[in-house]
Each structure stands twice: as structure tokens, then as C-alpha cells.
Design a protein around this ligand. Structure first.
Ligand SMILES: C[S@@+](CC[C@H](N)C(=O)[O-])C[C@H]1O[C@@H](n2cnc3c(N)ncnc32)[C@H](O)[C@@H]1O
Length: 249
């Protein structure tokens, strides 16, 4: 297999390769985003997250993907729905930040480059995120072997929990280690293991000075919950695996 399965269905407007609804974590934390935030999705595919955010009134959405077919499809859908998204073809390994972002999203993409390369991207992404900004990142882990549909492309699977070590200086809003069953058009059912995390570039001292009371309380609540439920241990990983089958990809 020299091209991943999604290239065929990215060309086909009658099917959706990865679903039309946003990844559930994106709306889950929507109450924390400002409509004027600069938003970036890395590896946006057909654009379910940028399309959702744009249709919810978010004004400044950038999105890129390595696949020309993906970006062309996203643009066709956005044009049809009269939504404004700045999407372009880009290899994340060469991406240079030209502006600061408030929200950076990446789902199911980083493990398709070498570990050193996704770590470099995340380091740059952190540097180019404004205080108060948020990262929502999902990456597949080697807690399960890569499924046959992606095995030859998944060259940078993360170790379980590894990504946490890159965000020690940020506040954790949510962390999940889980496995899930997946299915795509023309691809048999299979399983993935993943880490999904939501991090806020908001230190406790900064949050204590947050003028927006609602946000201040929400951020500290999430932090308490995350601290309480998510210490790294075999037990929490087991719970993550057990609960994950009801989770999204
Ligand atoms: C499994 S799909 C997920 C797409 C989308 N995030 C979603 O959840 O629907 C992985 C995506 O990563 C993109 N990708 C793979 N390697 C990439 C790279 N080096 N730079 C940018 N995008 C890449 C692929 O083209 C593909 O669209």
C-alpha cells in the first residue's frame, strides 16, 4: 500500500472518511474559546473541526493537511456552505508558524511523522500559543500495535503518557488514555490506542487574576478534576482502556 486509504475517499464527495461531526472534545471545551481566537488545525483531513467551528461563528480558522485531496474537499464543502476557512496543503514537518494561535487542534495525525518531528512541531506550537490558549491533541500510542490500515504509515506512535512530558509547564484540562474501535468506508473494523489531551497555557497565578469569573472557575474546576483523576498509573490506564470504547476517535 503506497498511499493511505483516505486518499481515495478524500476524492469522493459522496462519502465522509472520518465522519462529519467534530471530534467531541472540540465542542466539549467550546465555552472556553473566544470567537476571535486564532485557531489552527494540524492534519485537518476533510475538515470536520474547522467546518464546525466556522459554522459556530469562529472567525479566524487556519487548517492544513499534507493531502491535496483533503484540502480540496474541505474547500469544496466550505464553499458550498459559505463558510470561511483558510486551508492549505502543508507537511507539518516543514511548518513555520507565522502568527500566534489561541487554539491548536490535532487529531489522529501526529503519529504519521517520526517522533522527533511531532515533538518539534508541538514545541513550536507551544511557543506560538498566546497565554490563555489551549491545545487539543490526540495521538495514537503503541499500547496496541498499529492497525493494518495504517501500519506502514504510523512511524511515530507515541508511548503511553509520553505527550504529557512535553506539557509539564502548562495546565492540564483533560487527559485520556484509551483504546477504541474504528471503521472507515472501504476499511474493515479495527482498534487503535490513543492519548487525548487538552492543555491550557494558563498558569494558576494567571488564572487567579482572570477577570472573567466564569472562565476562572471553569479552568480551576477542570484542573482539579484532571489532577484528581489523571495521575499516571497502571490503574488509571486500565480505567481509560475500559471506558474508552464509548469514546470518539
Ligand atoms: C487519520 S487522518 C485524520 C484527519 C482529521 N484530523 C480527522 O480527524 O478527520 C490523518 C490525516 O493526517 C494527514 N497527515 C499525515 N501526515 C501528515 C503530515 N506530515 N503533515 C500534515 N498532515 C499529515 C493525512 O493526510 C490525513 O488527512
Amino acid at each position: 500500500m503506497d498511499k493511505p486509504f483516505w486518499e481515495e475517499t478524500y476524492k469522493d464527495d459522496t462519502v465522509s472518511t472520518f465522519g462529519t461531526e467534530p471530534n467531541t472534545t472540540v465542542p466539549e471545551f467550546e465555552h472556553l474559546y473566544e470567537k476571535t481566537w486564532n485557531i489552527l488545525e494540524v492534519g485537518c483531513g476533510e475538515g470536520k473541526n474547522p467546518l464546525y467551528l466556522s459554522s459556530h461563528g469562529f472567525l479566524n480558522i487556519d487548517a492544513f493537511d499534507l493531502s491535496e485531496n483533503a484540502v480540496a474537499k474541505l474547500n469544496r464543502i466550505a464553499d458550498k456552505r459559505k463558510l470561511k476557512i483558510n486551508a492549505w496543503v502543508q507537511d507539518l514537518r516543514q511548518f513555520q508558524f507565522e502568527k500566534q494561535y489561541d487554539l491548536i487542534i490535532s487529531f489522529g495525525t501526529l503519529h504519521f511523522v517520526e517522533k522527533a518531528e511531532w515533538k518539534a512541531l508541538l514545541a513550536k506550537a507551544k511557543e506560538n500559543t498566546d497565554v490563555g490558549g489551549i491545545h487539543i491533541i490526540q495521538i495514537f500510542t503503541n499500547a496496541l500495535p498499529a492497525s493494518p490500515d495504517i501500519a506502514s504509515f504510523a512511524i511515530g506512535l507515541s508511548d503511553d503518557n509520553e505527550i504529557k512530558t512535553l506539557y509539564k509547564d502548562w495546565n492540564i484540562l483533560q487527559f485520556k488514555s484509551y483504546t477504541f474501535e474504528d471503521e472507515h468506508p472501504r476499511v474493515p473494523k479495527h482498534f487503535h490506542a490513543a492519548n487525548k489531551m487538552v492543555w491550557s497555557y494558563m498558569l494558576d497565578t494567571e488564572n487567579s487574576a482572570n477577570p472573567d469569573d466564569d472562565k476562572k472557575v471553569t479552568i480551576s474546576l477542570w484542573k482539579d478534576i484532571a489532577d484528581y483523576y489523571c495521575p499516571s498509573s497502571d490503574d488509571i490506564l486500565e480505567v481509560g482502556r475500559y471506558t474508552s470504547n464509548s469514546d470518539d476517535e
